[in-house]
Design a protein around this ligand. Structure first.
Ligand SMILES: Nc1ncnc2c1ncn2[C@@H]1O[C@H](COP(=O)(O)OP(=O)(O)OP(=O)(O)O)[C@@H](O)[C@H]1O
Ligand SMILES: [Mg+2]
Length: 236
């Protein structure tokens, strides 16, 4: 069980995430919704250890989480376009390999290449392993990014708007893949989405953020309107 407890992030004097508590059991795809600026990306980055927290902790089954247990996928995919798909996937393992700084793609060990092939197979792209990453479509590149995340052997997958740059068909494919990975590989998956209808179709649960607070947490078919209403300005 992934538990985010009391996550608080400040930029200067401004607090943008206010003591957020969220749990995600293994085997669940949790969608995070909220208006622009509500703190979704900041929360994910803090959970992944990419953003210092003013307070709070991230635990897995009650123990402080090892950053290597968490893999991240982004809207902007960050593959090395001129390298092969397989090399990109192998690089997901760099964090957990000894001597990683001295490894160049030509020296990726055979076992790693085999594992990376299995990850590519998992996302349905084994046949593209030897193509240049830059030659794949956006949706295919996002699936490669998911394979690279899997090659890290994470227990938690965090995805920040993984489908915002994809067409409707690729969007369905990538979200179905994230749900499948949660259900079949028992990963805890937390994905920021911008469309409530997508969350309703694919996610097991939905959390809504508003101004850095959790204001919804429950089944995906709930009224999410309040997440997107402008803040009420108090008369003075
Ligand atoms: N590096 C930063 N320095 C200062 N303020 C920041 C920084 N990153 C984010 N913020 C502020 O934190 C708040 C939350 O931003 P965040 O990017 O987490 O929102 P979001 O919910 O991901 O929005 P979007 O839907 O637009 O991606 C915003 O008010 C933003 O201006
Ligand atoms: Mg964001």
């Amino acid at each position: 069980m992934l538990a985010l407890t009391g996550i608080t992030v400040r930029y200067g004097r401004r607090e943008v995430v206010h003591g957020v508590d969220i749990t995600v059991p293994p085997g669940e795809l949790l969608a995070v919704l909220g208006a622009n600026g509500s703190g979704k990306s900041t929360l994910l980055r803090a959970a992944a250890g990419l953003e210092p927290m003013a307070a709070g902790e991230v635990t897995l089954d009650g123990e402080r989480c090892d950053p290597l247990d968490i893999a991240m996928v982004f809207q902007h995919i960050h593959l090395v376009r001129r390298r092969t798909v397989l090399d990109n996937v192998c690089s997901g393992a760099l964090g957990r390999l000894p001597l990683r700084r001295s490894l160049v793609p030509a020296l990726f060990p055979r076992e790693l290449r085999e594992e990376a092939m299995a990850c590519l197979d998992r996302v349905g792209l084994a046949d593209r392993a030897h193509d240049r990453a830059g030659s794949l479509s956006g949706g295919q590149q996002q699936r490669v990014a998911v394979a690279r995340a899997l090659c890290q052997r994470p227990r938690v997958l965090l995805a920040d708007e993984p489908v915002s740059a994809l067409d409707p068909a690729a969007t369905e494919q990538v979200l179905a893949l994230l749900a499948e990975l949660a259900h079949e590989e028992q990963l805890a998956v937390l994905a920021v989405l911008h469309q409530p209808s997508l969350a309703a179709r694919h996610a097991d649960r939905l959390v809504g953020l508003r101004d850095g607070h959790v204001v919804l947490d429950g089944p995906p078919r709930q009224d999410v309107e309040l997440l997107y209403q402008p803040a009420i300005v108090k008369a003075v």
